[in-house]
Each structure stands twice: as structure tokens, then as C-alpha cells.
Design a protein around this ligand. Structure first.
Ligand SMILES: [Zn+2]
Length: 93
């Protein structure tokens, strides 16, 4: 059964916090409003269960959404930011 990810059309509520996920049958109609607050929303993304693989958890999108900052090594003591807040480049010397 696929997991559908929804985004609010406008302001998010306490429940959505910008996004929420719903387990739905393929045959079910997409939700048009948030089940918690009733605000308009639209389907943004879908994938099949299991909900979160380690790879998904560590995707740059997910890291940024969870408030993490991720850097990758870009060369001799340099690190480039790939997700989140913070300086774009760090020198590691
Ligand atoms: Zn909501």
C-alpha cells in the first residue's frame, strides 16, 4: 500500500507542519483537505511502504526538513554544504 505525502496549499497547521503522510489504497481519491485541520492540501509525493528506509532518512531533503545541516567533503580540507542552514563552505584545517 503506498504512502502518500501531502503538502498544505497555504499555511500549515500543528499537525501537518508543512507536510504529512497518509497510507491510502491505490483506488482511494487524493485528499483535498488536511484530515486534522481541514485546510486545503494537495498530494505532493508517493512511495511504497515500508515508510522510511535509512536512505530516505538520510536524503538531503529529509535532513534539511528536520533541521539538520549536511556537508560533504569537497577536497583538501573543504566541506560543501548539501542541505540545511549554515555556511556554504567550511574549511576544515
Ligand atoms: Zn493540517
Amino acid at each position: 500500500m503506498p504512502i502518500y505525502e501531502y503538502e498544505p496549499d497555504g499555511d500549515s497547521c500543528d499537525f501537518c507542519k508543512g507536510r504529512f503522510e497518509v497510507l491510502q489504497q491505490l483506488s482511494e481519491e487524493p485528499l483535498k483537505v488536511c484530515p486534522e485541520c481541514g485546510k486545503p492540501c494537495h498530494r505532493a509525493f508517493s512511495r511504497f511502504a515500508p515508510i522510511k528506509s535509512t536512505r530516505d532518512m538520510l536524503s538531503t531533503k529529509n535532513l534539511a526538513a528536520k533541521g539538520f545541516t549536511q556537508y560533504k567533503k569537497a577536497g583538501d580540507g573543504h566541506y560543501e554544504k548539501t542541505a540545511g542552514e549554515g555556511p556554504n563552505l567550511i574549511k576544515g584545517d
